[in-house]
Design a protein around this ligand. Structure first.
Ligand SMILES: [Ca+2]
Length: 185
């Protein structure tokens, strides 16, 4: 019976472990010649979900308009993030290019979800090698789902052991009772 009373506590702890996402927005300006600090702090193990929209121009001409995916041309060594799409949205956590499970690391594009391997500031940039002729921006939404803390996982483990222990005790009592009952008939 007491095991049943512990169950809601365990479920509440597990529910707290699935912390809600916190969301931020940030505009990445195409004319800024460096990675830009989004002000979003990332911890190792956090799930980071980035979506981006908007239009940027890599020269002063309307034909150079690009979205966050840029152009499907690998950037040269002089670009902020060489090897990924020219004029795309690119990202780092501190100095580590964002892991990209389906494309080159460092490439964000219009949507990316990753688990951060490091702790630090989330930095974003327009991937170019000459910024004076750029204009426009990408509008970025960043959602962070924190990794469940070690303390919380430990509390869940302790609660679970408590449930199992009390279940065993109560099943022993039932067993003893039925043996005693069986002896009397
Ligand atoms: Ca340019």
């Amino acid at each position: 019976m007491r095991a049943i009373h512990l169950l809601p506590i365990l479920l509440a702890l597990l529910g707290a472990g699935r912390a809600e996402a916190t969301s931020f927005t940030f505009d990445v300006l195409a004319a800024v010649p460096s990675f830009q600090d989004t002000g979003v702090d990332i911890a190792t193990g956090d799930v980071v979900i980035i979506t981006a929209s908007g239009t940027a121009y890599w020269v002063t001409a309307s034909w150079s308009a690009v979205g966050p995916n840029g152009e499907n041309i690998p950037a040269d060594a002089g670009f902020l993030q060489p090897g990924v799409n020219k004029w795309s949205l690119v990202g780092r956590v501190e100095s580590t290019p964002v892991p990209n499970p389906v494309d080159e690391d460092g490439f964000v594009g219009d949507a990316l979800t990753f688990v951060s391997p490091v702790t630090g500031d989330l930095l974003l940039a327009f991937n170019d090698d000459g910024f004076g002729d750029n204009s426009g921006s990408f509008n970025v939404t960043i959602s962070i789902i924190p990794e469940p803390s070690t303390a919380l996982l430990l509390a869940c483990g302790v609660a679970w052991i408590g449930v199992r222990h009390r279940r065993r005790q109560s099943s022993d009592r039932i067993h003893n009772h039925s043996v005693a009952g069986g002896g009397s008939t």
